[in-house]
Design a protein around this ligand. Structure first.
Ligand code: NAD
Length: 284
């Protein structure tokens, strides 16, 4: 039976390829973007995000079978604040506001877009992730500027790391997992879309061309759309809180022996507390 999904970033690249595929499957799509969409909204502003949230709920009659949060800005200099706002708040604010609509639909599946930049950009400070989590995305570009870092790439990496962390923290919360909402993230590498083309055409294009990619080349947006289609399907009913890398092997190249990793001896205390908390909750 046809389902109803909200897709952000529907006007281009991965969002558009995903909408095309899901429409072919007979689903109803509510598209959100700053252009060429059912709901025209600027997700870099709080006002735009609130408008997108409300209009979507209105169009979906407060019931969403899922969402694909694909709107995003690439690491181009001069738009650092917008990168932080769209890439993090444009995912988190929308998904959290739609949680009751996901719950109302039952068995909802939500896909958020992270990136392999979350792990292949080194030394992203905890302070940047904390700023996103405390509702201060606008402080992240200021913070990196004060450290003298190459701003856009760091803000981009931090925004995508924060999205991946938010997915893992949120997916396991009872309000999500017990409500039957599956929440996962995709972390693509270079996928040939206008976003990546703009980076290739920028003065830093050679950094991207020479990025270690064991399978070489760039991915196709249609392949990412197929992953989204799978993540929205009942085949993934036992999957939540995962971050999937589709990046030609770049993440594995840089972190081959670093991930997965067992909890450290210091983390074991937190592990024990969590286990006890779980036992207490299930015995209620
Ligand atoms: P794209 O540029 O082709 O599409 C992004 C869409 O987001 C566009 O339609 C754009 O209008 C929309 N958008 C941007 N700012 C917006 C705003 N303020 N308000 C509303 N909509 C806005 O990019 P893409 O490659 O399809 O990227 C999709 C997602 O995948 C992004 O989150 C991106 O960060 C992520 N990603 C892409 C790649 C890649 O190589 N293409 C790699 C890793 C992650």
């Amino acid at each position: 039976m046809g389902k109803t999904y909200a897709i952000t970033g529907i006007a281009s690249g991965i969002g558009r390829a995903t909408a095309d595929l899901l429409k072919k499957d007979g689903h109803t799509i509510i598209g959100i973007d700053k252009r060429d969409a059912d709901i025209i909204a600027d997700l870099s502003t709080s006002k735009g995000r609130q408008f997108a949230i409300k209009q979507t709920l209105k169009m979906a009659d407060n019931k969403l079978d899922g969402a694909v949060l694909a709107a995003g800005l690439g690491p181009l200099p001069g738009i650092e604040k917008e990168i932080a706002e769209v890439n993090f708040n444009g995912v988190v604010e929308l998904a959290e506001s739609w949680q009751p609509a996901f719950k109302a639909a039952g068995n909802a599946h939500v896909v958020a877009f992270s990136s392999n930049s979350a792990t292949i950009i080194p030394a992203i400070p905890k302070k940047a992730i904390d700023a996103f989590f405390s509702g201060h995305a606008e402080r992240v570009p200021v913070f990196f500027k004060s450290l003298g870092y190459r701003g856009a790439a760091m803000v981009y990496g931090a925004s995508k790391l924060a999205v991946a962390r938010w997915v893992r923290c949120t997916a396991v919360k009872p309000e999500w997992a017990k409500a039957g909402i599956r929440l996962n993230a995709l972390a693509p590498g270079g996928i040939m879309t206008p976003l990546i083309q703009a980076q290739l055409d920028s003065p830093n294009g050679d950094d991207l061309r020479s990025l270690p990619t064991p399978l070489s080349g760039f991915g196709d947006p249609a392949d990412i759309a197929a992953f989204v289609q799978f993540l929205l399907s009942s085949n993934t009913d036992f999957m939540t809180g995962s971050v999937l890398f589709i990046d030609g092997g770049s993440d594995a190249y840089f972190r081959a022996c670093d991930y997965p990793r067992s909890t450290s001896i210091f983390g074991a205390i937190d592990w024990f507390i969590k286990w006890k908390k779980w036992q207490k909750e299930v015995s209620r």
